[in-house]
Write a protein that binds this ligand. Structure first.
Ligand code: CU
Length: 128
């Protein structure tokens, strides 16, 4: 005697409604000045006196600060960069990844600088 067991395995297609999650992002004016890279830590984003080096670029390339301000450069690239003022007011050593260099601007003026390893990398600190 043969028993035919029918395994009826009804599939209930539970289709999770694909909800298009609409995220309204309110981008303030600051967003345009900030890097889209996730590598930028909260510590750096809240510190206006930090110049980050990302992808062979000083960001921001131009920064205006008050006399007495300490500006900090942080290298986020995986190759070394340095920071050299054209008038030799400051000069960093080669900065490896995540290394930083700080300089306090005691005098007003415009301080153009570049990376000695990649002279096309240019930046400017305006001290008022
Ligand atoms: Cu460089």
């Amino acid at each position: 005697m043969q028993t035919f067991v029918s395994h009826l395995r009804p599939f209930v297609a539970r289709l999770t409604p694909s909800r298009g999650v609409a995220i309204a992002m309110l981008l303030g004016p600051i967003a345009g000045a900030m890097l889209a890279f996730g590598a930028v830590s909260a510590e750096e984003t809240k510190d206006a006196n930090v110049v980050t080096i990302d992808n062979f670029t000083f960001t921001a390339p131009e920064l205006t600060v008050a006399v007495g301000t300490t500006v900090k450069w942080i290298n986020h690239d995986d190759i070394p960069h340095n920071v050299i003022n054209k008038e030799n007011a400051f000069r960093s050593k080669a900065l490896d990844t995540d290394d930083s260099y700080s300089f306090t601007f005691a005098s007003a003026g415009t301080y153009a600088y570049f990376c000695g390893l990649h002279p096309q990398m240019q930046g400017k600190i305006i001290v008022k």
